[in-house]
Design a protein around this ligand. Structure first.
Ligand code: GLA
Length: 406
C-alpha cells in the first residue's frame, strides 16, 4: 500500500533527467561516482478486479508511467548504505547485524527487502544505494510495491543473483506482510514486476498464470485519467483486514455445504445468486461482489482483446457499483467522481481503484477530451468538496527495467 502521506518535494518524470539527477546525487551522497546501475519499477493502477486477489480470483491492472528508481554500486565490505532523495534520510548498517525496525516506513520496506535476500544467502557483499520515486505516495498507486520491486530487482541485477520474477514478487509481498504489517494480496508486486508497456496484465491469482492484454492507449485514441480524491486512507488497513476475515468466514460456512469450496474463487455465479440462509446478508453481499467481479474481469479482458472499449468501460462502471454497494469500500468522494463522469463527453468508464476508503478513481477516456475532462472534473470536485483533487493523465505505461549501466 502506501509508504506514508508525504509527497516528493520535486517530481521529475523524464527518465533521462531522473537518471542524471541520481548519478549526480549519488556522487555527492556517497562520495563516489562509479554507479554500476540504475533500475526502475513502476506503480500500478487497477483497471478492474478489486478485492479479488486475496480470494484467489482474477485481476486486470496496468503499470503506470511513474516509477521508483534505484541507483547502485557494490562495496567491498558488508555494509549497506541506503539513502532516499524523497525523504532526505539515510541508513547505514552492516548486513549481518540487520537493520532493526524503524518508525520511518520507507526504511522498513527497503531494509525488509534487503534482509529477505540476505537471509536466503543471496547477498554476500555490501552496496551503496540511492532511491528516488515519482509514484505519488499514499494515493493507492502502489508506491510501496514499486519500492520493494525496484530494490529487489536492482540488487538482483547488480549481483546477478538470478532471482526469478515470481520469487521477487513473493518476497515483495512478504515484505508487506512481515515488515509493514499490511496483509495485501499479490496484485501490486506482480504488476510492478511483470507488467509490460502498452499492455494491461491479466492475472489468475490462484495459479499465477498471466497474460499481457494489449492496451495501446495513445494509438487507440485513448488515455487513462487517474483522479486522486485526496481523502486520507486511514481506514484502509483495518477495513481491508476486516474484509479479508469476512471472506474467510463466508468460505468456512459455504464449505460446510460443499467441501470443494476452498476460496471464494470456487463459488459459481449460480451459487452466488442463491446463497444459503446460513450466510448473513452482509456476507452474502461480500461473496456476490467477489464472484461477480471475477466474472467481470474475464469479460473485460475479452472486451479489451476485441478492442471493444465502450464495453470495457461499462464493466468498469458495474465494478464500481459493486464495490460501493456490496463490498462497501468506496467513499462519497469516490462515488461523486464516478457518478459525475456519466454526464461528461468522452468518458468510456470510471471506477474507484485499489483497496478503497480514499485514494483514486481510474477513468478510461478519449484522448481528444483529456484536457477538457481534467478541467471539468477538477472544477466539479472542488465545488462539491472544497478539496483539490490530484489528476494524472496517462498515455503510456512502464515496465521494470535497467535504465542505466556503466
Ligand atoms: C490493495 C492490496 C491489493 C489488492 C487491492 C484490492 O491494493 O495491496 O493486494 O487486494 O487492495 O484489490
Amino acid at each position: 500500500m502506501s509508504q506514508n502521506n508525504h509527497s516528493p518535494a520535486e517530481v521529475d518524470l523524464d527518465t533521462g533527467a531522473v537518471t542524471e539527477r541520481l548519478l549526480d546525487a549519488f556522487a555527492k551522497t556517497f562520495n563516489r561516482s562509479d554507479v554500476a546501475m540504475v533500475v526502475r519499477a513502476p506503480g500500478r493502477v487497477n483497471l478492474i478486479g478489486d478485492h479479488t486477489d486475496y480470494n484467489e480470483g482474477f485481476v486486470l491492472p496496468s503499470t503506470i508511467d511513474r516509477d521508483v528508481f534505484v541507483a547502485l554500486a557494490p562495496r567491498s565490505d558488508e555494509r549497506a548504505r541506503i539513502s532516499s532523495l524523497n525523504f532526505d534520510d539515510a541508513i547505514d548498517y552492516s548486513l549481518d547485524d540487520g537493520p532493526g525496525r524503524s518508525s520511518a516506513s520507507w526504511r522498513n520496506y527497503v531494509t525488509g527487502a534487503v534482509h529477505e535476500l540476505y537471509r536466503r544467502d543471496q547477498l554476500d557483499c555490501g552496496f551503496d544505494m540511492l532511491i528516488y520515486g515519482n509514484v505519488p505516495l499514499g494515493a493507492g498507486l502502489s508506491s510501496s510495491a514499486a519500492l520493494e520491486i525496484s530494490v529487489l530487482f536492482g540488487l538482483t541485477e547488480l549481483f546477478e543473483i538470478g532471482l526469478e520474477p515470481i520469487e521477487c514478487i513473493r518476497i515483495g509481498q512478504r515484505v508487506e506482510h512481515e515488515y509493514a504489517g499490511v496483509q495485501c494480496g499479490i496484485m501490486d508486486q506482480f504488476t510492478s514486476r511483470l507488467g509490460k508497456s502498452g499492455h494491461a496484465l491479466y492475472l489468475d491469482c490462484r495459479t499465477l498464470e498471466y497474460d499481457h492484454v494489449p492496451l495501446p492507449l495513445a494509438e487507440a485514441g485513448l488515455a487513462l485519467l487517474i483522479v486522486d480524491s485526496k481523502v486520507s486512507r486511514e481506514l484502509a488497513n483495518s477495513e481491508y483486514g476486516r474484509r479479508r476475515s469476512e471472506c474467510d468466514e463466508a468460505v468456512r460456512i459455504l464449505k460446510d455445504g460443499d467441501d470443494s469450496i476452498d476460496s471464494l474463487r470456487d463459488v459459481t455465479i449460480e451459487l452466488a445468486a442463491h446463497l444459503p440462509d446460513g450466510l448473513e446478508d452482509l456476507l452474502k453481499n461480500r461473496v456476490r461482489h467477489v464472484v461477480e467481479e471475477n466474472d467481470r474481469v474475464r469479460r473485460a479482458r475479452e472486451a479489451l482483446r476485441a478492442e471493444e472499449y465502450e464495453e470495457f468501460g461499462e464493466h468498469m462502471y458495474r465494478s464500481h457499483e459493486s464495490l460501493r454497494d456490496l463490498y462497501e469500500v468506496s467513499t462519497p468522494e469516490l462515488d461523486f467522481l464516478v457518478a459525475e463522469t456519466q454526464d461528461l463527453e468522452g468518458v468510456l468508464g470510471a471506477r474507484m481503484t485499489g483497496g478503497g476508503f480514499g485514494g483514486c478513481t481510474v477513468n478510461l477516456v478519449e484522448l481528444d477530451a483529456l484536457d477538457d475532462l481534467s478541467e471539468q472534473i477538477e472544477r466539479l470536485y472542488i465545488k462539491e468538496f472544497d478539496l483539490e483533487p490530484e489528476i494524472y493523465a496517462l498515455t503510456e505505461n512502464h515496465r521494470t527495467e535497467v535504465v542505466y549501466s556503466d
